[in-house]
Design a protein around this ligand. Structure first.
Ligand SMILES: [Zn+2]
Length: 318
């Protein structure tokens, strides 16, 4: 059969032709034949099914608007089992990236493991919030990276736990592993070009009270320099830093700015626990030398520099 392109027909003409063939085939059959023949009835249904009319609408958006980076806190073998086998608390991610520094990894070369197709919903984010979006599993691709960090103190009731009560032993990431992360995320972003760089987030960004992964050693700036995710411009940060050294924004403004950036913070006007956790999350991502959750001039400057660059329409005026 010749293809439609060989006929030299436009898409519109093809739709018309397709429908007219369907109409001719269907309606030219003698009524008596159609009524009495099961075969004809099946043909009619098949024709009706294939008689698709394409009218592309301009009104739609991608289901995938976020990219979430995790660290597993387990070795490769345990991570793969947890992310692929059913359990009482089943979890998964779209991809798993191993590390060389792991006796349980069975190959010589680091390879990217695909666990859930991108168009399906993986269970990696849990209770989450970012940029007015709750339940990030619905709208994101999740990448788990093998890294055996450990945190203590996170199982305490959150009402009794301050950021300084969480003790984490964070591990580093090897260069080849990060090269795999860059290759994978670059490829994903090329297929979902509408993902805003500020919406490439860590688990700790979207679950500020519960999670610390991928941790302060994850090289977000290296990813940014490779074209993945967000980073502030130094010059802009310096300018804000000079201004804020003279006069710090009020806590309410810092809360609003964190919230506009994406973090789950209520504007209470008080330097409360939720604000400390949001600051800790921002610092884990963008100012990893000190992620105590305390408020300081540099942290405020980074928040405003990021807002100005990535969410200018949500700028919090001082
Ligand atoms: Zn995680």
């Amino acid at each position: 059969m010749r293809t439609s392109l060989q006929h030299g027909l436009s898409r519109k003409q093809l739709i018309k032709l397709d429908f007219s063939m369907f109409a001719r085939n269907t309606f030219s059959m003698p009524l008596r034949f159609m009524r009495n023949s099961p075969l004809a009835l099946i043909l009619l249904i098949l024709n009706a099914c294939s008689g698709m009319v394409d009218v592309p609408s301009a009104n739609f958006n991608s289901r995938i608007d976020y990219l979430v980076i995790h660290a597993t806190s387990e070795n490769f073998e345990q991570s793969l089992r947890l992310l692929t086998q059913p359990s009482e608390n089943s979890v998964s991610s779209h991809y798993l990236i191993p590390t060389h520094d792991d006796a349980s990894y069975p190959r010589n070369r680091l390879q990217i493991y695909r666990l859930v197709p991108e168009h399906e919903r993986a269970w990696h984010a849990g209770l989450s919030y970012w940029g007015e979006e709750t339940g990030l599993n619905d709208r994101s691709i999740g990448i788990e990276i093998v890294n055996e960090f450990k945190c203590e103190g996170t199982t305490n009731p959150i009402e009794e736990t301050n950021p300084e009560d969480i003790n984490c032993d964070f591990r580093g990431y090897d260069e080849e592993q990060i090269a795999r992360v860059v290759a994978l995320t670059t490829d994903i972003l090329s297929r979902y070009p509408t993902i805003n760089p500020i919406d490439v987030v860590g688990h700790s960004d979207i679950a500020i009270l519960r999670r610390s992964d991928p941790g302060p050693n994850f090289p977000w700036k290296v990813l940014y320099e490779a074209g993945v995710g967000a980073w502030y411009d130094d010059e802009t940060k310096q300018q804000y830093q000079q201004n804020f050294a003279q006069k710090m924004p009020a806590i309410a403004s810092i809360q609003e700015a964190l919230n506009q950036l994406g973090y789950l913070v209520e504007v209470s006007g008080r330097f409360d626990r939720q604000t400390r956790y949001a600051l800790r999350a921002m610092q884990l991502h963008y100012r990893s030398e000190d992620y105590s959750g305390n408020v300081d001039v540099e942290s405020a400057a980074i928040i405003w520099a990021l807002l100005e660059k990535y969410r200018p329409q949500k700028m919090v005026l001082l």
